[in-house]
Design a protein around this ligand. Sequence first.
Ligand code: HEC
Ligand SMILES: [Cu+2]
Length: 315
Amino acid sequence: MNPIFWLPEATSLAERVDHIFYGLLALSALTLLLVFMLVVVLAVRYRRGSAARRGPLPEIVNREFEIGWTSITLFLFLFLFWWAASADLRSLAAPADALEIHVVAKQWMWKTQHPSGAREIDALHVPIDKPVRLLMTSQDVIHSFFVPAFRVKQDVLPGRDTEIWFLPTRTGVFPLLCAEYCGTDHSMMRGRIVVMRQQDYAEWLTQQPEGDDLAHEGARLFVARGCSGCHAQSSSVHAPKLAGLYGRTVQLSDGRQVKADDGYIRDSMLQPKRDIAAGFEPIMPSYAGLLDDGEVQSLTAYIRSLAAQTGKADD
Ligand code: HEC
Ligand SMILES: [Cu+2]
């Protein structure tokens, strides 16, 4: 069932969400019908002056009946919980081969960047039938990335990465909205998602101006912002080598162990005093206010690319 005119469905997630929605709708309608039928039947039957029996309740409500209906409704609710929760969880973990798009929200626009480096504003072109993973962050306040036709909605927060993924199943142009009140022009913070056939997308990409991809831009920033002064192999400063860091478990000086993911690397730059790598002095300066979110994403992409090259940790 897909009444496109009232709830367009353009991703695999949308289909799943709609099945749940229609399921709940049907269940609620049945319950409503049952309740109203009982109201009407009982009102007529026990109206004033009717001959219906009004003594104490008959003994039809026995133990088996109680246990029966309690467990049926219990399992029904457990099933609904499992159904909705599993759809929700599946919308969080992207498949490994997903196309990775970086999104930066700011008052009041959406900036997106493709793995090739191509950038867009208030627009995002994606190929059909290929999973797309969005890594999102905000440059100022809280926004929310909302594509109704995709049933995709995820808050975008300053100082944090959030992600969501989808698999487009229909070509076309779909509205993108901000679903978190974010200031004067919140209602104008709109964009469009263009789902294209795969060959059209490939062609579209080749027509985009040559942007540096994130990792290359990160490599440039790594030198320009002085990171390499401490972190390069040749540096005389005692700082951890970053090759192989990404994805590894880091031993911290206070005994904790953390996984070096995007969030950890972001915090290392913006709040270096928070997690100190074991065996090092807390001499790294904070880059809060010096790097914008796009630059943090680029540097993170660069550090991630180092892990892919060496594969092995060296510190
Ligand atoms: C003054 C020298 C210095 C500069 C400049 C510097 N760092 Fe660091 N960095 C360190 C030291 C020392 C540590 C280890 C102590 C700590 O965790 O804070 C570190 C830790 C890190 C870590 C965590 C490493 C781990 O193994 O847990 C990351 C990631 C990092 N730096 C990235 C950067 C980036 C990106 C820049 C440039 C924007 C930069 N650093 C600039 C000295 C520096
Ligand atoms: Cu917004």
